[in-house]
Design a protein around this ligand. Structure first.
Ligand code: ATP
Ligand code: MG
Length: 255
C-alpha cells in the first residue's frame, strides 16, 4: 500500500485552475522530487498532502486514512507525522534557535524540559550546528537558517518530510550540505521525502523518483535516469534550463 496517495486532485483559485487531475502514489521510504515551473502549483500540491489546503475534487490519503475530508481537530495528529520545511523557512525571529526547535515539542508533547533540551541538542548535532542554540535567527546565514528550520521540522521524528525548495537562495556548497542532509535523514530515520525544487543538481542527487507538474497535471514520472532521457520537450527544457521561443517572447519588448 502506498503511504501517500493523491487521487484525481483538482484545485482552483477563482478562475485560475492550479491542479487539474493529479494522481500520485508515494511509497514509504521513497524520495520523490517534484519539478515544475514557478506558479505551476507545486506548493499547492504539498499543502494538500498535509491538509493545509482542501481539494475542490479528488481525494488525499495518508497511511490508509482519507484526510481531505477530516475535520481540523482530527488532522492535527496526522500533521504531526509530517515535517514541513516551508518555502520561506520561517523561524520565529523573537525566539532563540533552541526555542525554535523546541517549539513543536512543547506544543505537541508532554516531554519534560530536560528531555526537550536533549532532543534539541541532538537535532542541532544532526544538522551539523551543535552549540548554536542560544543564537537568534537574525544572526544566522541563510544556509544556517534553513538547517535550523530543518532541525525544527524533524523535532517530532516525522515519517515524512516535505521540503519546499530547500536549496533556493543558497550557494552550491550550502545547497550540497542540504542535499546531504536530506539523504542522511532518509538513511538514518527511514524518512519518506518529498522535495520540491528548481535545482536540477539537487533533484538528481536526492531523488529515487522525479515527477514534473505542468498545466495542472503530472507530465512526467520516472527515475532520475528516465527523466534525463525524457523525450518530452517541456521536461527536456526544464532539465537543461533552456527557454522555448514562446518563453523568450517576453523579452521581445525589452530590446
Ligand atoms: N491561497 C491561494 N489563493 C489564491 N491563489 C493561490 C493561493 N495559493 C497559490 N495560489 C496561486 O496558485 C498558483 C500556484 O501556486 P504555487 O505556490 O503552488 O506555485 P509553485 O509551483 O509553488 O511556484 P514557485 O516555484 O514560484 O514556488 C499561483 O498562481 C499562485 O498565485
Ligand atoms: Mg512554491
Amino acid at each position: 500500500m502506498a503511504l501517500i496517495e493523491l487521487k484525481n486532485l483538482h484545485k482552483r483559485f477563482g478562475r485560475l485552475v492550479v491542479l487539474d487531475g493529479v494522481d500520485l502514489s508515494i511509497e514509504a521510504g521513497q524520495s520523490l522530487v517534484i519539478l515544475g515551473a514557478s506558479g505551476s502549483g507545486k506548493s499547492v500540491m504539498l499543502k494538500h498532502i498535509v491538509g493545509l489546503l482542501r481539494p475542490d475534487e479528488g481525494e488525499v490519503w495518508f497511511s490508509g486514512i482519507r484526510i481531505d475530508t477530516l475535520p481540523e481537530r482530527q488532522l492535527m495528529p496526522i500533521r504531526q507525522r509530517f515535517g514541513f520545511l516551508f518555502q520561506m523557512g520561517a523561524l520565529f525571529d523573537s525566539l532563540t534557535v533552541a526555542e525554535n526547535i523546541a517549539f513543536p515539542l512543547i506544543e505537541h508533547t508532554h516531554k519534560s524540559a530536560s528531555e526537550i533540551r536533549q532532543i534539541v541538542a541532538e537535532r542541532l548535532r544532526m544538522i551539523g550546528l551543535p552549540g548554536i542554540g542560544q543564537k537568534m535567527p537574525a544572526d544566522l546565514s541563510g544556509g544556517q537558517r534553513k538547517r535550523v528550520a530543518l532541525a525544527r521540522a524533524i523535532a517530532l521524528e516525522p515519517e515524512v518530510i516535505l521540503y519546499d525548495e530547500p536549496t533556493t537562495g543558497l550557494d552550491p556548497i550550502r545547497s550540497d550540505v542540504i542535499n546531504e542532509l536530506i539523504l542522511r535523514l532518509k538513511r538514518q530515520l527511514k524518512i519518506t521525502s518529498i522535495v520540491v525544487t528548481h535545482d536540477m543538481q539537487s533533484a538528481f542527487k536526492v531523488a529515487d523518483r522525479i515527477v514534473m507538474l505542468a498545466d495542472g497535471k503530472l507530465i512526467a514520472d520516472g527515475t532520475p535516469q528516465q527523466i534525463r532521457q525524457s523525450d518530452n520537450p517541456a521536461v527536456q527544457r526544464f532539465v537543461t534550463g533552456e527557454a522555448s521561443p514562446e518563453e523568450l517572447s517576453v523579452l521581445r519588448d525589452i530590446d
